[in-house]
Design a protein around this ligand. Structure first.
Ligand SMILES: NC(=O)c1ccc[n+]([C@@H]2O[C@H](COP(=O)([O-])OP(=O)(O)OC[C@H]3O[C@@H](n4cnc5c(N)ncnc54)[C@H](OP(=O)(O)O)[C@@H]3O)[C@@H](O)[C@H]2O)c1
Length: 177
């Protein structure tokens, strides 16, 4: 079982502006076709666990980006649109129950996405790896990647890859006692 974060953050720790805008990432879109390892990462996981707000953002993109089934966490959504029913499903459970439910379906390597969602998994100490791409910008305010915890959570640094455009991708693994 492995729950992994793969996300881009501003230097000051925001994953979107307060209104959800992520256009500040556009200037880093590669014109050489480099996807910063996204496809390789997607191929390595079994399913995606995504917060409702991130899912709604994903619905606004010109195309569906995910090649693994997306489990959308929500207490408010009632239904997935007909055209997406083979690609996404709704869950309303706490992180422990989510992991148990998906493991019973044979889904063990999970991509955890969305700020509040990542924070809730961290509060249960259910994040095993984090691949964070640090974007060299300060936004000043926005939707935070991290939040309050019940205690310190230590990670070991695996590697850091700097890109010529200033992005820095760092890979961390949970350091358990
Ligand atoms: N920079 C990047 O790489 C990156 C990556 C991903 C997302 N983003 C951005 O981050 C923003 C969204 O992050 P966010 O922190 O606002 O929210 P989020 O984690 O995407 O969604 C939060 C919502 O998920 C639902 N939820 C979470 N845990 C739940 C649980 N255990 N059970 C039931 N429902 C649960 C709740 O929905 P209900 O209110 O329906 O109950 C909650 O309001 C978007 O703007 C997105 O574009 C950026």
């Amino acid at each position: 079982m492995k729950n992994i974060v793969f996300i881009a953050s501003s230097l000051d720790g925001f994953i979107a502006r307060e209104d959800g805008d992520i256009n500040w990432l556009n200037r880093y879109e590669s014109n050489t076709g480099d996807d910063y390892g996204f496809k390789k990462f997607m191929d390595s996981i079994d399913a995606i666990v995504m917060g409702r707000v991130t899912y709604e953002k994903a619905l606004s993109f010109p195309r569906w980006l995910y090649t693994r089934k997306v489990y959308v966490l929500s207490t408010t959504l009632k239904e997935i649109p007909a055209g997406l029913k083979d690609k996404a499903a709704l869950l309303s459970m706490n992180p422990v129950e989510v992991v148990k439910h998906l493991s019973e379906k044979g889904l063990f390597h999970l991509y955890i996405d969305g700020g509040k969602t990542i924070q809730s998994f961290l509060r249960y100490d259910l994040i095993d790896e984090m691949i964070i791409t640090w974007v060299p910008v300060l936004l000043g305010s926005g939707i935070p990647l991290f939040g309050s915890l019940n205690g310190d959570i230590h990670f070991s640094h695996v590697k850091t890859t700097p890109y010529p455009n200033g992005l820095v991708m760092s890979h961390y693994i949970r350091a358990r006692e």
